[in-house]
Design a protein around this ligand. Sequence first.
Ligand code: MN3
Length: 195
Amino acid sequence: MFELPELGYAFDALEPYIDAKTMEIHHDKHHAAYVAKLNDALSAAPEWQNKPIEEILKYIESLPGDIRTAVRNNGGGHYNHTMFWETMKPEGGKDIPEAVTKTFGGAGDFKTKFTDAAVGQFGSGWAWLVKNGDQLEIMSTANQETPLKDGKTPVLGLDVWEHAYYLKYQNRRPEYIEAWWNVVNWDVVAKRLNT
Ligand code: MN3
């Protein structure tokens, strides 16, 4: 059984960049629903129930066909959001790892390229910084798809579903992204880069 992880900080800890109400609904309602539906789907496939979520998503095509879509959506939702909470903190945004700035031509160029991926993701989805072998790449995925099934390891993900920003920013996704840079926990990203 998968469980909803603790947020690790208060709902209002990321104010004014991400508002408390959005955090509360996003964690307690959206993420909780992904966990409940993931557990429900996996109840039909006991042999998968105790595997790490990363492994389940990496081998998603091996799951029984009748639960594959539910696990892709809700397991992806659980994995993506768990990482999202972990890679944010109050007063974040400082100390972008050198591996990132070197690869993308500086902090400004990195942010521009990542923002382009996040703004350009049509509809719901995620923008990612991933490890692909020893390379770093920026990409985006639709809905709750993860880069795991392509053999890529996410080190930073940004939720661009409207539920992540609509209360405060309405349709202004670029403004939300601009604000989000102030709460990125680069210490956690650096750890992920080194594992
Ligand atoms: Mn979300």
